[in-house]
Design a protein around this ligand. Structure first.
Ligand SMILES: C[S@@+](CC[C@H](N)C(=O)[O-])C[C@H]1O[C@@H](n2cnc3c(N)ncnc32)[C@H](O)[C@@H]1O
Length: 261
């Protein structure tokens, strides 16, 4: 798994996949599949998802919370071995849809569902993905097994984000990977991370691709390892503050720029 920060040169990352993967679709061809799929996943974050999916053990389980129109789902389903089960959980209900879209988007949500299905079909992975059209808490009883890879990108408010990290994170198998989008960017997600993972006893902070944080369920039990783990996460807080300031300035129309994700 790549410990890729936003400064990492993505072309090198792509080139490595071009030479390293035999029959598996390359990262470049995988990202080409989602070039026109709307969503909030940068190329570097796509590479991080690709890495997570390719390292998922044969016969394993990948669970995604928050699929929107399928941009990240398609990467996971394309990169994973055919023996890996892919579960995508999204109610397509019109709430917590995207940046500054907390509620009132039911018309758009109906489109999201249709476009999600069409995008997966076009990418050739519709049959590879079990879509559970439920909120993530309701889906807990609908999915059997321990995810080897869990990708959290659903509701970004503090309460639901904390519930996802705790209830779904608890189900990740030992040594498994948990990826969280909008980490150290969204206030709700970041507070949920600080509450549940900063001094947690199980997940080791590996790194991030922009706001996509990578955690691995292999944190050593000694106090020194836990202290280092907390320190590495605290070191992301200046970047978090920068993102919050930028979002305020963009919201007030004082600066023009890309919404940080
Ligand atoms: C930021 S988008 C996901 C983007 C997607 N991962 C991508 O790469 O394009 C958030 C999605 O989470 C979904 N969502 C909102 N609340 C949810 C919940 N409680 N459980 C699961 N999904 C949720 C929304 O319907 C929306 O499609």
């Amino acid at each position: 798994m790549t410990n890729e920060h936003e400064t990492a040169p993505e072309p090198e990352h792509e080139a490595a996949h071009e030479t390293a993967q035999g029959e598996r679709p390359s990262l470049v061809s995988t990202m080409t599949l989602v070039a026109d799929v709307e969503g909030w996943m940068s190329p570097g974050q796509g590479a991080t998802l690709y890495d997570a999916a390719t390292t998922c053990p044969d016969g394993g389980l990948i669970v995604e919370i928050g699929s929107f129109r399928g941009r990240s789902t398609i990467v996971l389903a394309t990169a994973a071995d055919p023996s890996v089960r892919i579960v995508a959980i999204d109610p397509h209900a019109g709430n917590d849809r995207g940046p500054q879209e907390i509620e009132g988007f039911s018309d758009e949500a109906a489109d999201d569902h249709a476009v999600f299905t069409a995008n997966l079909t076009r990418a050739g992975v519709r049959d590879r993905v079990d879509h559970i059209r439920e909120f993530s808490d309701a889906a807990l009883d609908l999915v059997d097994g321990e995810p080897d890879v869990l990708y959290i990108d659903g509701a970004h408010r503090y309460g639901p984000a904390l519930a996802d990290i705790r209830s779904w994170g608890d189900r990740v198998g030992d040594g498994g990977t948990m990826l969280i989008h909008d980490s150290f960017s969204s206030i709700g997600v970041t507070l949920a991370i600080l509450r549940s993972l900063l001094f947690g006893t199980r997940f080791r902070y590996v790194g991030r691709s922009r706001s996509m944080a990578i955690y691995r369920a292999d944190l050593a039990g000694d106090p020194a390892a836990r202290t280092r783990n907390a320190g590495r996460q605290l070191a992301q807080l200046p970047w978090f503050v920068k993102n919050v300031v930028l979002k305020v300035l963009i919201s007030l129309k004082l600066v023009k720029g890309e919404w940080p994700y």
